[in-house]
Write a protein that binds this ligand. Structure first.
Ligand SMILES: Nc1ncnc2c1ncn2[C@@H]1O[C@H](COP(=O)(O)OP(=O)(O)O)[C@@H](O)[C@H]1O
Ligand SMILES: [Mg+2]
Length: 246
């Protein structure tokens, strides 16, 4: 574990009288899967929203590849390689899979800028193969997909754009067992391809299956930073609930 790709340095966010995130610092190393854990309301989503530019921090700073992120918005974050998969996946139901993967960034051709559907379909197929995502019919509307397939498409869409880092907020929360294991498989594949991942999850089995390290938050503060191989579920749950004082 060498060079951090992302450095979160003393960030704070207040909403009125509530300090949602209180002076939180941690590095994210290039190529690792970092779990961000904590009970409901611990401040996890607020941290990642500051990283991806939905919110600006009230104090502290965030550096990506050594460069301070200042007044960035989600589009700028994407442009530099930070992609986020939110809980509500923002797929457009009536559209087919390639249209969703290229949503807002459609490939066009010719002097009139017609949609290049053929190229988008080819690129989508290549992408899904690269991520080992198996969906029989690319031309089906995403409405017909299962929850796990939708999750896979949302992740794939982010990865296509050469993401260096993918942030996932509870990607498996609404999924069945088999679908969950498919999403975990995608996370492993991404990791093999050198993509850095921040995974927010409540599910200890998932966290222990795919993360290298974890950061644990409680009531807005960072309570622990642990190497997954060196800890146990009981210990982690204890820190999350406050039963173990840190
Ligand atoms: N937009 C907001 N306005 C007011 N309070 C918020 C807002 N977003 C989050 N909070 C509050 O900040 C705290 C942390 O929330 P959040 O980051 O969503 O936690 P988590 O993702 O860990 O469940 C909670 O107390 C929540 O109610
Ligand atoms: Mg949340």
């Amino acid at each position: 574990m060498q060079q951090p790709i992302l450095e979160v340095d003393g960030i704070t966010k207040r909403f009125g009288g509530v300090t949602a995130v209180d002076n939180v610092s941690f590095p994210v190393y290039r190529g690792e899967v970092l779990g961000l854990l904590g009970d409901n309301g611990a401040g996890k989503s607020t941290v990642i929203k500051m990283i991806c530019g939905v919110y600006q921090a009230d104090a502290g700073e965030i550096r990506f590849e050594g460069k301070k992120l200042e007044n960035h918005n989600p589009k700028q974050a994407r442009d530099i390689g930070i992609e986020t998969v939110f809980q509500d996946l923002a797929l457009v139901d009536p559209l087919d899979i390639p249209s969703n993967i290229f949503l807002g960034r459609e490939l066009r051709t010719g002097p009139f800028g017609f949609l290049n559907k053929k190229k988008m379909a080819e690129e989508s197929l290549k992408l899904l193969q690269r991520l080992k995502i198996n969906i029989p019919d690319l031309s089906s509307s995403v409405l017909s997909l299962s929850g796990g397939q939708r999750q896979a498409i949302a992740i794939a869409r982010n990865v296509y754009w050469n993401a260096k880092m993918v942030i996932m907020d509870e990607p498996t929360a609404a999924l069945g067992v088999r679908e969950r294991s498919n999403v975990l498989e995608i996370i492993r594949t991404l990791r093999e391809q050198g993509v850095t991942i921040i995974l927010i999850s409540h599910n200890m089995d998932d966290v222990f299956a795919v993360t290298d390290r974890m950061v644990i938050m409680r009531r807005g503060q960072k309570k622990a930073e642990l190497v997954t191989k060196e800890t146990t579920k009981e210990h982690v749950v204890g820190i999350i609930t406050g039963a173990i004082d840190y």
